[in-house]
Design a protein around this ligand. Structure first.
Ligand code: B12
Length: 211
């Protein structure tokens, strides 16, 4: 791997934002294609972060600072990605369900999806079923990502899916869910298309859902 790409890769693993920003700019100045920068250094690094997390070598704080460094690097890369043709595999409307204000996990999932090339419509927290419906109807979302951290707000995932069905939009979207109290079983029970336990596996799931 070229040194500048290696620096981006290591910068993300270390959560070193300045190193990432500087080297992304240097890579662009050296006319390395944005797609190569994205896939070979940045997404590769986030994949490695995911592996280290699954192996118990990284914890949430490491994952968060890595994701933040990734996000700052992405901000520099983003305008160039639009010019070149790294195609977005899908448009994801993501939100924490009604009554729930936890957004750290949802934000991580958004960052990782964005890193993987998805377009993100971030609906924020305390998102009503109507807002999810609106994102499908008017904002072109073909994938819904719902997060819940409270056992008391989990049922609002079911309420949201019912609202999507009532609006006649269920066959227009794939729906994935996650959050600490959520399980694969629960996803099946409420008629979601999938569940992932963490942000790196959320990306893998999203890719299979839109494939
Ligand atoms: C931080 C935190 C808060 C912060 C939230 C800040 C913020 N901006 O998010 C604050 C202080 C606001 C808060 C408030 C409350 N909290 Co709180 N909070 C937490 C805490 C400590 C960490 C959550 C977190 O960020 N984890 C780190 C992230 C990275 O992990 P994650 O969210 O699970 O996300 C990962 C996966 O789940 C997955 N994922 C997440 N979303 C999605 C979505 C999709 C589509 C997919 C595929 C995957 C996915 O990927 C993520 C990355 O790997 C948890 C304890 C815990 N360990 O979970 C309690 C916890 C969730 N809170 C709890 C409670 C009770 C509350 C309050 C009710 C407390 C109170 N009495 O006021 C309020 C509720 C406020 C509300 N209406 O939402 C309880 C919930 C109990 C329960 N079973 O319902 C917990 C479990 C603490 C506990 N042990 O009692 N909380």
């Amino acid at each position: 791997m070229e040194e500048v790409l290696e620096n981006i890769f290591n910068g993300i693993l270390d959560g070193d934002r300045e190193m990432v920003k500087r080297n992304v700019q240097q890579a662009l100045d050296a006319s390395i294609s944005p797609g190569v920068i994205l896939t070979e250094s940045m997404i590769a690094a986030m994949t490695e972060v995911g592996h280290r997390f699954e192996a118990g070598e990284y914890y949430v704080p490491e994952m968060l600072i890595a994701a933040r460094a990734m996000k700052e690097g992405l901000a520099i890369l983003k305008p160039y990605l639009k010019e070149s043709d790294v195609k977005a595999p899908g448009r994801v409307a993501a939100g924490t369900v009604r009554g729930d204000l936890h957004d750290i996990g949802k934000n991580l999932v958004c960052m990782m999806l964005e890193g993987a090339g998805f377009e993100i419509v971030d609906l924020g927290t305390d998102v009503s079923p109507d807002k999810f419906v609106d994102a499908i109807q008017n904002r072109g979302a073909n994938l819904i990502a719902m997060s819940a951290l409270l056992t008391t707000t989990m049922p609002n995932m079911q309420v949201t899916i019912d609202a999507i069905k009532t609006a006649g939009l269920r066959d227009k979207v794939k729906i994935m869910i996650g959050g600490a109290p959520v399980t694969d079983n629960y996803a099946r029970q409420i008629g979601a298309d999938g569940y992932a336990p963490d942000a790196s596996r959320a990306v893998a799931l999203a890719k299979t859902l839109v494939a």
